[in-house]
Design a protein around this ligand. Sequence first.
Ligand code: ZN
Length: 346
Amino acid sequence: MDLERPFPMGIQHFRPPHCPRPACPSRTQDGPDFRFWSRGRFHRSCDGRTVHRFYCCVCRRSFSVQTFRVDYRLQRPQLTAPIFDAFVSKVTQRQTARTLSTTRKTVRRRLLLLAKHSREFQTAVLERANSRGIIHGGFQLDEQQTFERDRRLQPVTFPVLIEAKSRFVLHVEAAMLPARGGLRKSDLARKKRLEAKYGVRVSGSREAVKRCFEELARFRNPDLLTVITTDKAPHYPGALAETMTRNVIHLRCSGRLKGLSSPLWPINFTLAMLRDGLSRLVRKTWAATKERAWLAEHAWIWIAYRNYIRGFTNWHRRISSAQRAGYVSRRFSKASFFEWRVLPIR
Ligand SMILES: [Zn+2]
């Protein structure tokens, strides 16, 4: 089954590739072959669609074409597209709920669903690219600083790893940083209260950067050269040496150079795009994230947009970053990206 076009005949001529239940004996390695019957159609009132129903002859349970779709069990599937637009257009969760006449709970649930699908799709793309041995060449990493709840007391680091030529975002992480120094008396008292509630903050920067490098190590072709460019932060060489040793070069250059003259221009530009797209990263507003875990979830939706849906640049609109990197062969619309769930291959 093709990852990019799982059902090219569309929903009307859908044939289930396997039983959707992970516990079905037909899903095990030596289990019986999957057989199914058609069991008619039903009308879905939320969007007026006619849905084909099936019956698995192995586990004797019914399922429908909906089981394979991203909008499975959603009461208002028509909200997915506008909520996605809001998540990549600097709109906060609360404002999205207001403008779409829905609740913040619905927006949060949809965020988790879209982020999960984006992560699963990206993993499937990278696994396929890895099996073809095409992940190598230049990569860049840098950290964006932001905060959760309080800029001085609860700063957060947000490392981003990209493929340099295509600006394909390979991985992001969000980790805590210790409180800043030179605090006022009132801030020191608040710091103590926060430490009692959430624990003492230690820097998670090195571990987060290492996890980014681990992702690259997992998918890259170790027989071909990988060049990683970063600024001169002291913890990068150690984190890299612990994850990759063969066929890797680490270039360190000054982070002070700005604009096109800087070798780090691609990653600087990507971080600027992130700040322009993610409401949680917009500076000097009250939209900052309340929990850093949610920042990472939100970022995965932006990654799907950046890698697979948005054009590479305003001058190259018909080609996406993932296409330019050679990892996929088509550019997705938001409807086609969030149509089918990523199906496991037996
Ligand atoms: Zn079954």
